[in-house]
Write a protein that binds this ligand. Structure first.
Ligand SMILES: C[S@@+](CC[C@H](N)C(=O)[O-])C[C@H]1O[C@@H](n2cnc3c(N)ncnc32)[C@H](O)[C@@H]1O
Length: 260
């Protein structure tokens, strides 16, 4: 890893450590309802994943583990990965508290440890791609984590949202973005714009075509690509009425598999 990339990663890890502390107590993530049994997964990822009973599932960029634990409650043998020390620590604590077994690793999803391999299904969802600076490394990591024949599922906010609501996805204000963006300074976080935190972060804009090509380039077979007018996650719902983007896709989904 180059010094430039390592430096950006450190900046983003710090940002996510700070955010996680706020998110844990937010109504957006609503941890008490998860304690009471709420499933945090949306219909789209549930239907694309199918029955996960007994499935060795790797949840990429798992944040503090709510979705990972939801997959585990549905019978998956779940492993979550995130680069935030705070996120992973809180995920482990919640798993123990709720007595929902899951394993959590601290790692960069663009550089997964060689031991994380043999998974039947790898999943990433909502708010993940804009943090990645190297799609080839990410796609190789996904490929390496899957067993032959294993599946990959991505459901993500559509990069068009960056044109519709400039600053919302990557901060680049364009569909295509730039490879070496400057850091932006952010105050608060999406669960609480007034939260008393301020930090720098790096974000990248990834057109859908670049994501698909990275996965295919790493040796995965594309099995579906969907663009959807809706989102189960209540972000970016406001501000599009009456704009040319009112009917634009809010989310997209990709399924792929490692060749058998
Ligand atoms: C929007 S959140 C997770 C999305 C999930 N839908 C959620 O709301 O729980 C993005 C996550 O990506 C993690 N992350 C960002 N860049 C990463 C990287 N390079 N490797 C691993 N995790 C990363 C952050 O720590 C954060 O937990």
């Amino acid at each position: 890893m180059t010094a430039l990339r390592a430096g950006r990663r450190q900046v983003n890890e710090h940002a996510w450590d700070l955010r996680t502390g706020v998110h844990l107590r937010s109504s957006f993530y609503d941890v008490p309802s998860v304690r009471a049994g709420r499933c945090t997964l949306g219909e789209r990822e549930l239907s694309l994943a199918g029955d996960v009973t007994g499935v060795r599932l790797l949840h990429l960029q798992c944040h503090f583990g709510l979705d990972t634990l939801s997959w585990a409650r549905r019978g998956a043998l779940a492993t979550g990965v995130d680069f935030s020390q705070t996120g992973v620590a809180e995920a482990r604590a919640l798993s123990a508290e709720l007595d929902v077994p899951a394993v959590f690793h601290r790692a960069d999803v663009q550089d997964l440890p060689a031991g994380l391999t043999g998974f039947d299904l790898a999943v990433a969802s909502y708010g993940v791609m804009c943090w990645l600076d190297d799609l080839s490394a990410w796609a190789s990591s996904v490929h390496g984590a899957l067993r032959p024949g294993g599946r990959f599922l991505l459901v993500e906010f559509h990069p068009l949202l960056e044109l519709a609501l400039p600053g919302s996805v990557s901060g680049h204000g364009s569909y295509f973005g730039v490879p070496d963006p400057p850091p932006t300074t952010t105050s608060g976080t999406y669960t609480d714009r007034d939260a008393p935190i301020s930090y720098e972060e790096y974000r990248w804009q990834h057109p859908v075509g670049d994501v698909v090509n990275a996965l295919v380039g790493a040796g995965l077979e594309l099995t579906s690509l969907g663009e959807h007018p809706d989102s189960p996650v209540p972000l970016f719902d406001q501000g599009l009425e009456g704009s040319p983007f009112a009917l634009a896709p809010r989310t997209y989904s990709i399924t792929a598999r490692r060749k058998p």
